[in-house]
Design a protein around this ligand. Sequence first.
Ligand code: DGL
Length: 279
Amino acid sequence: MNLGLSYHGPIGVFDSGYGGLTILRRLQALMPQYDYVYLGDNARAPYGTRSFQVVYEFTLQAVRKLFHMGCPLVVLGCNTASAKALRTIQQVDLPRIDASRRVLGIIRPTAECIGQLTQTRHVGIMATPGTIRSNTYALEIAKQYPDIQVSGQACPMWVPLVENGEYDQPGADYFVRKYVDALMCSDPQIDTIILGCTHYPLLLDKIRQAVPAGVQLMSQGDYVARSLEDYLRRHPEMQRRLTQGAQVRYLTTEDPESFKDAAAMFLSHPVVAERIVLG
Ligand code: DGL
């Protein structure tokens, strides 16, 4: 079935909630010329503790919606969706829906860069329980850098702290330190930690205070943005399909007013959001 709506259109960016705004921000900083549509499934966030099947179904609904809105290309700005849904969508759904469109994730572009950052070849991943359980980071890193040892730490409390605006409050310190200490205890030789959830950049200051000296933190946004820029350079047929009006539309499955307030924490400017229904 070819949707056949619009041949040209914006880049779609999807996340379970607000975290993908940290990716959108970096995409816009590097490629401000393109139009973007951001979709946050806020009514059903968080995804991090949901099953594979549910995350896949929700993500597919979001991708279909963004295709219907004319996006030739959708970036899953969510590690949990990239870990649990991307492969099936690319291999099974895309050929049936519209083989000319593309859905890209954010785990591979992050994993690809890690080899240049670690000296000890011991890397930590901090992410949602779903991303950690999927083992996707370890598998992607092993493909590129079999010599790197990867340890994962699930951080189930971090997304709720961010979604509830508690990320810069003193109460957040306890949970930040708890998960950082657990990770470093599991492998004291770690010298690089991937923040493998798009919500975590908001906790960056607190995480920085909690990690031992000499351990570097890798936030994904810039790596994902550079990887997409490179992808578009290598795929001019896709690049030509992207409209360049420097406009952004924000869609949410929850109340647009709440989205507006919360989005201000992630972006440095106010936004107007529209409510949509998925499913
Ligand atoms: N921001 C999402 C990610 O990168 C996770 C948020 C959630 O648990 O829904 O994994």
